[in-house]
Design a protein around this ligand. Structure first.
Ligand SMILES: NC(=O)c1ccc[n+]([C@@H]2O[C@H](COP(=O)([O-])OP(=O)(O)OC[C@H]3O[C@@H](n4cnc5c(N)ncnc54)[C@H](O)[C@@H]3O)[C@@H](O)[C@H]2O)c1
Length: 457
């Protein structure tokens, strides 16, 4: 039986960093070591300028770092020292070969598993923290157990349900924690070791245990269901615009039905983020590989609807700005895929910006936390792209504003002042439906919300 004292996490990203920091905060009796092959990321974790923005993260890291939390690039030593290893490396969509564009690219995962098998000198519990296709643990177990040493490995699946922007709150107070294990004596013992860690701050009834395949599949299904709700309400937003119904009224009317519930029913330009699209595509691929074509088609439609919503947004801009954007300057207000994060992965702002550039518009990008990431996302784009952190300066001489991220600071801007500095007629396309459209219309803007009547002058 493996007794855990030293815990390693491989991968110091959006999941590994916050997850281990909160565990270290809540479990001072364990030592936590987070490793990554990316030296600059580790340097940032060891500095006052953390590599990711997440409300509350800085305070947690400051308290635990140097006490029972450390960050380094010493992956192999970290493996040797640990009894429990979380693997939180990236699992992007495969871009080549069989399953390209759908299946998860497991090369980082497999390399990590082989490295663990090679350098380990004692038995370990390996925890899948990354989101993985169902039955990955089987492959992991085979790789780990193929070592010729007299040591054993137990593989657990502990998918992470945190949402960026609220990661610390989600980790401190999770709806549930899910741990999957093999249903053998040693598998269940390993599971109990991880349960003991979570029980330090999570109520026992919220720590769910399951068989390992259910745990792996549940993470994909959770993301698929969340994204499905967004695509469902977005499909209705198109119908609202065609019929003069109001998507917010529809959303309230259906969301107050306790059987449906109100969350994830906000219509927008579409969902983004590193997970939803890749995890649904992964689910689609898995369904297909088991010959379940109807199941695959059903979930693929969630992605198709999301693509459609982004495309519809750009078409609406072109149509309402007299069918030409050439030479016009457009403010992209917000570039992060959601508020309270600097993460721009799969942000709808990327698609919208690229399409506007294709129409020969010039764009200026404004975001309180995501300008540096935006520069990386758009580095290969041709056309005029400027970046400006001050929304008032950014709006000067613009023909239109495309609001892409629901930052609360955008609600507080003085739109009368902004309107004055813009080219007339001035247009505002609210891709997140967060502004007071009547007020902004009164100021002089032509306002185009999502799923609601346009307010034109
Ligand atoms: N971002 C989220 O909101 C979220 C939420 C839940 C689950 N997940 C899942 O968690 C996993 C990680 O996501 P993320 O957003 O933290 O990714 P990320 O890209 O921010 O971080 C992954 C880190 O792993 C490191 N890495 C890759 N190979 C390595 C190796 N061999 N050794 C050491 N380090 C290595 C990378 O350098 C990177 O810093 C993914 O499977 C993702 O689907 C993400």
């Amino acid at each position: 039986m493996i007794k855990v004292k030293n815990i390693l996490c491989i991968g110091a990203g959006y999941v590994g960093g916050p997850t281990m920091a909160v565990m270290a905060l809540k479990c001072p009796q364990y030592n936590f070591h987070i490793v990554d092959i990316n030296q600059s990321r580790i340097d940032a974790w060891n500095s006052d300028n953390l590599p990711i923005f997440e409300p509350g993260l800085e305070e947690v890291v400051k308290e635990a770092r140097g006490r029972n939390l450390k960050f380094s690039t010493d992956v192999e030593q970290g493996v040797k020292d640990a009894e429990m290893i979380f693997v939180s490396v990236n699992t992007p969509t495969k871009t080549f070969g069989l399953g390209a564009g759908e299946a998860a690219d497991l090369q980082y995962w497999e390399k990590t598993a082989r490295m663990i098998a090679e350098v380990s000198e004692s038995s370990k519990i390996v925890v899948e923290k990354s989101t993985l296709p169902v039955r990955t643990a089987e492959a992991m177990s085979r790789i780990l157990k193929s070592n010729s040493k007299d040591i054993s490995f137990e593989v657990l699946s502990n998918p992470e349900f945190l949402a960026e922007g609220t990661a610390i709150q989600d980790l401190l107070n999770p709806d549930r924690v899910l741990i999957g294990s093999e249903q053998t004596k040693s598998g269940l013992q390993a599971c109990q070791e991880l349960v003991n860690i979570y029980k330090e701050w999570v109520a026992a009834e919220k720590v769910l245990t399951a068989n390992i395949w259910s745990a792996e599949l549940s993470k994909l299904v959770a993301n698929a269901f969340l994204a499905q709700r967004v695509s469902s309400i977005n499909s209705i937003s198109a119908l609202c615009e065609a019929t003069e119904a109001n998507v917010e009224e529809v959303s309230l009317a259906i969301g107050t039905d306790t059987r449906i519930g109100s969350k994830f029913l906000k219509s927008s330009v579409g969902f983004g983020g590193s997970c939803f699209k890749k995890d649904i595509l992964n689910l689609v691929y898995i369904a297909q590989s088991y010959g379940l074509q109807e199941v695959a088609d059903y979930w693929r439609q969630v992605i198709i609807m999301n693509d459609y919503q982004q495309e519809r947004f750009v078409l609406k801009m072109i149509k309402n700005m007299f069918n030409t954007l050439a030479g016009k300057k457009i403010l992209i207000l917000g570039f992060a895929f959601k508020a309270n994060t600097g993460d721009t992965r799969e942000s709808p702002a990327i698609y919208v910006t690229k399409k506007l550039l294709e129409e020969h518009a010039s764009v200026i990008i404004c975001d309180p936390k995501a300008i540096e990431s935006a520069k990386i996302e758009l580095k290969d784009c041709k056309g005029t792209i400027e970046y400006e952190i001050d929304p008032y300066k950014a709006a000067e001489e613009c023909h239109a504003i495309a609001l892409m991220t629901e930052w609360s600071s955008f609600k507080l801007l003085d739109y009368a002042k902004i309107y004055k500095s813009m080219v007339k007629p001035a247009f505002l396309f609210d891709g997140r439906n967060i502004l007071d459209h009547q007020e902004i219309h009164k100021v002089g803007f032509n306002v185009y919300p999502i799923g609601k009547e346009a307010l034109t002058n």
